[in-house]
Design a protein around this ligand. Structure first.
Ligand code: PGA
Length: 243
């Protein structure tokens, strides 16, 4: 199965013109890509792309209301965007609790959006406490999702210590984490957990993609910095083709 590639532009680029250029290059090199762009560009970019190519980077769970600076899942849906990232580490650091993330997941799914829900520990400890932390984050995301909507969820595992770092985690360690996440999903929702895609994110580059794809047992990637660099995009596209 083709790997699912989700690009997370975060708060880049500065202008709509730059966003259009970057989106065109991204789609040229990586067919089937999903690009998570800043809210302000969604409306314009959604007009220029096939349905399913864009994601929002976050969304509020209420449809409308007194939430200055926020954008609702309903507003995102109205732009014809089909995906939304929820629970990214940078949103959690800005205050999103597990409970907020759970509400966002349910709101997005109920409006027909597909969700990329992020989890990841701050650091690892020898006692394995971080595994309980991941378990709690995942259970919180998945437990209340109606059965009929589970197919619209993707889990992105992004250890916070790898986001923005020099190197991604080891592919072998990711393989272990995928097994662990699969076990949690199975325990929480049964066999349907098997078909939920699991992505890796954190310092992924064109150079590290092949190893992680072949040895990490992942279903795809959530890419930050490298998604802003056309040389990286081109190389990632070539690597994906050769896999
Ligand atoms: P990075 O970011 O690839 O720049 O480490 C990944 C992310 O935060 O999604």
């Amino acid at each position: 199965m083709a790997l699912l590639m989700v690009m997370n532009w975060k708060m880049h680029p500065e202008t709509l013109a730059q966003a259009k250029t970057l989106l065109t290059a991204t789609r040229k090199y990586i067919p089937g890509v999903i690009v998570a762009v800043p809210h302000i560009f969604l409306t314009d970019l959604a007009r220029r792309t096939r349905a399913g190519a864009l994601a929002a980077q976050d969304g509020h769970w209420e449809k409308t209301g007194p939430h200055t600076g926020c954008v609702s899942m309903a507003q995102i849906r109205a732009t014809r965007t089909q995906y939304v990232i929820v629970g990214h580490a940078e949103r959690r650091m800005a205050g999103d609790t597990d409970e907020d993330v759970g509400r966002k997941v349910l709101s997005a799914l109920s409006l027909g959006l597909k969700v990329v829900a992020c989890v990841g520990e701050q650091s690892r400890d020898e006692q394995g406490e971080y595994l309980l932390y991941i378990q709690k984050q995942i259970t919180n995301i998945i437990a209340d999702v109606p059965k009929s909507q589970r197919a619209h969820i993707t889990i992105a595992y992004e250890p916070i210590w790898a986001i923005g770092a020099e190197h991604p985690m080891e592919a072998h360690d990711m393989h272990q984490m995928v097994l662990f996440i699969r076990k949690i999903l199975f325990e929480s929702i049964g066999p349907s957990g098997r078909s939920i895609p699991i992505l890796y994110g954190g310092a992924l580059t064109a150079e590290t993609l092949a190893d992680m794809a072949q040895n990490g047992e992942v279903d795809g990637f959530l890419v930050g910095r490298a998604s802003l660099d056309t040389a990286q995009l081109k190389e990632m596209g070539a690597t994906l083709k050769a896999l």
